[in-house]
Design a binder for this molecule. Structure first.
Ligand code: TYC
Length: 124
């Protein structure tokens, strides 16, 4: 008896095998497996801005305009949400982009000696 096997891998992510069995002319058992990929989206991360008692409102507005591409009006509205509620999601990105935004905000705040805090959280 001979066993034939064939496998194709389209992705290193989640996959499942389709197994087909049969016999050829000499009654050898033929097993063909084909691996089919399930495409998986990369996880997303929320960037959160936290309220504090000392960072000037106008500074927070500049942060939101500069690093999150908001208009002055949108930035003012989001800043007020953080001020009133304590925290708000200011953007959702891939890990690399989210991490870069957090780093830029933290560096900018520290350079201006404001205690503004920005962090990231994996989206469920
Ligand atoms: N609470 C600050 C103040 O009254 C303003 C502020 C808003 C600070 C948003 C941080 O993320 C923040 N000056």
């Amino acid at each position: 008896m001979r066993l034939y096997s064939q496998s194709e891998v389209y992705s290193n992510m989640n996959f499942f095998d389709l197994i087909m069995q049969g016999e050829d002319e000499d009654e050898n058992i033929l097993v063909l497996t084909k691996t089919v990929s399930k495409t998986k989206r990369p996880p997303l991360y929320k960037v959160l801005l936290l309220n504090d008692d000392y960072t000037p409102m106008e500074f927070v507005v500049v942060v939101l305009e500069r690093f999150f591409g908001m208009t002055y009006e949108k930035a003012f509205e989001v800043m007020l949400t953080v001020h009133k509620k304590g925290v708000a999601v200011v953007g959702v990105f891939s890990f690399e982009i989210a991490e870069t935004k957090v780093g830029q905000v933290m560096e900018f705040a520290q350079r201006h000696q404001h205690p503004l805090q920005c962090t990231l959280e994996k989206e469920d």
